[in-house]
Design a binder for this molecule. Structure first.
Ligand code: PEP
Ligand code: MN
Length: 267
């Protein structure tokens, strides 16, 4: 079946225009402190980034890890939005998160890979977003199930969300491999074939699991015609409270972006 969801572009961000490929969303895996977030955001802005990502609520695989700063990080994001003029985005996993994020004028939300695998969670988020006109990005589910991924877009769409994007972050596997999450590039390509207007972003940080892979994965995504990248960047990557090995400094990010070869997108 070919889906024709009427997904709308966001011209005010030049978000989904081919001319601006890649649109880059960057920021720390987690907001850890006001200083860490502000310093990172300032450096990102100085290096040409316009959209900040930062996890406030962190769904971790195992307990007793850093599970996010929670609500108190939202004013930090809002302060950055007001003072630095960056667009701000965070992950939501339930209706409470959505309500809190909207109260703090969040510009964009994303649904994480573990939540996409849970239709009840996606449905709850979709209900909480009813009538809200901000872009919502959906990461692929941790398992390579394209129907589950498409189902999440449909749940949002049916509640009136028209500005959507997909984030490819790779798929969990039991066997250890070069990358932390296997890309299985054919799955996002098939998604794009079936949901034609959907902007496609790549998350090289979570695919690779290590900073040394970010360049090659980003280049592969560009070669495949992806529209954008979402990259984890931290002012002091090795000190990060989550996903330290895969984070890069804003300057390293700029260098990676400068070395990307951007060819004409595939039709
Ligand atoms: C994240 O973006 O920090 C994150 C938790 O990613 P994922 O949902 O892809 O595991
Ligand atoms: Mn992360």
């Amino acid at each position: 079946m070919t889906y024709q969801l009427d997904i709308q572009p966001c011209p005010e961000w030049n978000l989904f225009t081919r001319l601006q490929r890649p649109l880059v969303i960057a920021g720390p895996c987690s907001a850890e402190s006001e200083e860490q977030l502000f310093e990172t955001a300032t450096l990102l802005k100085n290096n040409g980034i316009e959209v900040l990502r930062a996890g406030i609520w962190k769904p971790r695989t195992r307990p007793n890890c850093f599970e996010g700063i929670g609500m108190k990080g939202l004013p930090w994001l809002q302060h950055i939005q007001k003072t630095l003029g960056l667009k701000i985005s965070t992950e939501v996993a339930n209706a409470h998160h959505v309500e809190a994020a909207l109260k703090h004028d969040i510009d964009m939300l994303w649904i994480g890979a573990r939540s996409t695998a849970n239709p009840f969670a996606v449905q709850e988020i979709a209900e909480a977003l009813r009538g809200v006109d901000i872009p919502v990005f959906v990461k692929n589910p941790v398992n390579p199930d394209i129907e589950l991924w498409i189902g999440a877009f449909e749940r949002l769409y049916l509640r009136g969300i028209k500005k959507m994007g997909a984030i490819h972050r790779g798929f969990s596997s039991y066997n250890s491999a070069r990358y932390r999450n296997t890309p299985q590039w054919q799955i996002p390509i098939e998604l794009k074939r079936r949901v034609k207007q959907l902007p496609l972003f790549c998350d090289p940080s979570h695919i690779g699991g290590h900073r040394e892979y970010i360049q090659e994965i980003s280049q592969k995504a560009m070669d495949l015609g992806f529209d954008g990248l979402i990259v984890e960047s931290h002012v002091h990557p090795d000190c990060a409270l989550s996903d330290a090995a895969q984070q890069i400094t804003p300057v390293q990010l700029k260098e990676i972006l400068e070395h990307l070869v951007i060819r004409e997108a595939h039709p």
